[in-house]
Design a protein around this ligand. Structure first.
Ligand code: GAF
Length: 382
């Protein structure tokens, strides 16, 4: 069943009425620009047609009741009139509690809601199921209580919830694309100014996501470590963020900087330039150049940022061999497992999937999942 059907039928069953409204927020795939967002740099994601949906009922008191269809219908409830604390056991509840708690600081004075939530974004695979939940919950309150918040404010609110309530020091990319995506377009986002440009995806370019099914371990601790290493490098060079460095300054001033921090910085400086170049290549339909940039991005993630794993590198090799000259492939998302993204001519998709099915289990003992995606609209009513 699709998430919207799930939440509608469960809402009726549990509350004996129709919801007042329904909202959705998509996951995302990042085409290029990895670990650049928290360095005030550039990213190029698109929203995908996998999403979180919420059936929403207004209440005339200050209770928030939440049901997670995907977690055996677990429930949570809390009062808006009392301090909102983290839930002691239910991890998923903290995304909801965090978003509501941050919203109260941003735009106090809204009432309670009944929320039934379901989604079909594979969790823990780097496709931003968490950000989509944060944005969907924000959207539910915005629409139900007509809060005067922009989509960008909803994104920032979700990021604050994750940083302060959940404890992951993530950047702004995932929430921004979930809130602001457009159908058939990618988003070039400047993560410092939050200015953005939508870039149409060329007709005849398929977006294939392949889930390595490598279980991601230590994601939060390694992620937060990379972030600290980038901050150390920025301090070494005396810049506000690695966004402010170019390759010439990076090389000229590297003496005295720890080698790992230097290589993290080299990835970020290169990745910012690659992301801007990839946006131009996409806009100009130069799929050969786009493929080269994606290949360079993957190499830098593997050798300098050290966030890939052997199975992911192998998957990228298998796919690259079958894409032909037009388009490219790289790991996408935070790393240490998760997914790769391939941009390729539609007529190559079947061959790539067949190669993945045949070669990947033989080499790595794992079976990958393939999702053919469509760049989709950002969060809103549905
Ligand atoms: C995760 C984070 F949530 C993003 O902010 C971003 O840093 C990404 O990893 C890496 O590019 O998705």
């Amino acid at each position: 069943m699709m998430p919207l059907d799930t939440v509608l039928s469960l809402f009726r069953q549990l509350f004996g009425r129709e919801p007042d409204l329904r909202v959705r927020a998509p996951g995302r795939v990042n085409l290029i620009g990895e670990h650049t967002d928290y360095n005030a740099g550039f990213v190029l994601p698109c929203a995908i047609d996998y999403e979180t949906c919420i059936a929403v009922g207004r209440r005339n008191d200050d209770l928030v009741r939440v049901v997670a269809a995907d977690y055996d219908r677990q429930q949570d409830s809390f009062l808006l009139s009392a301090p909102i604390e983290p839930h002691p056991q239910q991890g998923w509840s903290n995304y909801v509690r965090g978003v509501v708690s941050q919203l109260q600081q941003r735009q106090p004075g809204f009432g309670g809601l009944d929320l039934v939530i379901a989604g079909n974004i594979p969790q823990g695979t780097g496709l931003s199921s968490s950000a989509s939940l944060e944005v969907a919950v924000g959207q539910a309150f915005k629409e139900a209580w007509e809060l005067p918040l922009s989509q960008t404010e909803l994104a920032l609110n979700g990021q604050e919830a994750e940083n302060r309530f959940v404890g992951c020091n993530c950047g702004i990319m995932d929430q921004m694309i979930s809130a602001n995506g457009r159908a058939r377009q990618a988003l070039l986002l400047d993560c410092r100014s939050l200015e953005s440009r939508h870039i149409p995806m060329p007709d005849g370019l398929a977006v294939l996501i392949v889930n390595s099914r490598v279980r991601r371990g230590l994601v939060d601790s390694e992620y937060n470590l990379r972030r600290r290493q980038c901050e150390t490098a920025a301090r070494h060079y005396g810049v506000a963020a690695l966004r402010d460095l170019d390759m010439i300054r990076l090389e000229a001033g590297k003496a005295g900087l720890d080698d790992a921090c230097y290589r993290r910085a080299r990835h970020v400086v290169g990745e910012n330039a690659r992301t801007l170049a990839a946006a131009e290549a996409l806009a100009g339909r130069d799929l050969v150049r786009l493929g080269q940039l994606m290949a360079e991005s993957h190499t830098a993630m593997r050798d300098d940022f050290e966030i890939t794993v052997p199975a992911i590198d192998g998957l990228v090799e298998i796919i690259r061999e079958h894409i032909g000259g037009q388009g490219g492939v790289r790991m996408t998302g935070g790393g240490f497992g998760g997914c790769v993204v391939a941009l390729l001519p539609p007529e190559r998709v079947a061959g790539v999937i067949a190669a993945v099915r045949e070669q990947y289990p033989a080499r790595f003992g794992l079976v990958a999942d393939c999702y053919l995606c469509h760049p989709s609209a950002g969060a809103g009513l549905c």
